[in-house]
Design a protein around this ligand. Structure first.
Ligand code: PNS
Length: 177
């Protein structure tokens, strides 16, 4: 179907502020996440970083700690908010009046899981579109899990996470050992 300008105007597709939620565990936030948020802001007027409160896996950081770190890292963006949710991502997106779900893709290995999740989300709510953005090359191999693993055994994680997160990870593992 060809969408002409009048049709888009009638449907409110033009000039409508666009909001996306960016869901995840953020245990903790990494530079890769921040890279996706910055890229997402080129497409969306507002991004709501949505922390899942009941991830299946045990988290290193409590929800409040994950929120605090995100607040520090995101305070420079006036159009980024932080929210928490449990249950379905699409339900939270609808609650936020968001048109999009933003997800980052790194390597090909992310694709199958992300593809399955995006298709299920579309089946659950056809009004909400999943938008994938490629992470910057610098962050292609980073994830919260691999960074935590490296830090746990004394590896240098400088430059992979914001300084506030690096400090909190170090403190966490120092207390555990
Ligand atoms: O950072 P993560 O752990 O890769 O994020 C995964 C997340 C939170 C996006 C995903 O687990 C999720 O959306 N969970 C909420 C339940 C849901 O809606 N699942 C997808 C459709 S069944």
């Amino acid at each position: 179907m060809l969408l002409d300008a009048d049709h888009c105007q009638q449907k409110g597709l033009i000039d409508m502020p666009k909001t996306a939620i960016y869901p995840g565990s953020f245990d903790p936030v990494t530079n890769g996440h921040l890279d996706i948020i910055e890229r997402g802001l080129k497409l969306f007027d507002k991004i709501i970083v949505a922390i899942l409160t009941n991830p299946g896996k045990q988290s290193l950081f409590a929800l409040e700690e994950r929120m605090q770190m995100l607040e520090v890292c995101l305070k420079k963006f006036s159009n980024v908010e932080i929210g928490t949710f449990d249950g379905l991502t699409v339900d939270y997106a609808a609650q936020c009046n968001a048109q999009g779900i933003l997800r980052g893709l790194r390597a090909l290995s992310d694709f199958e899981y992300e593809f399955q999740m995006a298709l299920m989300n579309r089946r659950l709510n056809r009004e909400i579109q999943t938008v994938f953005l490629m992470t910057g090359m610098r962050w292609i191999y980073t994830s919260s899990s691999i960074i935590k693993e490296a830090a746990q055994f004394g590896g240098n994680i400088k430059g992979m996470v914001p300084p506030v997160v690096e400090k909190r990870i170090r403190e966490k593992y120092a207390r555990k050992s």
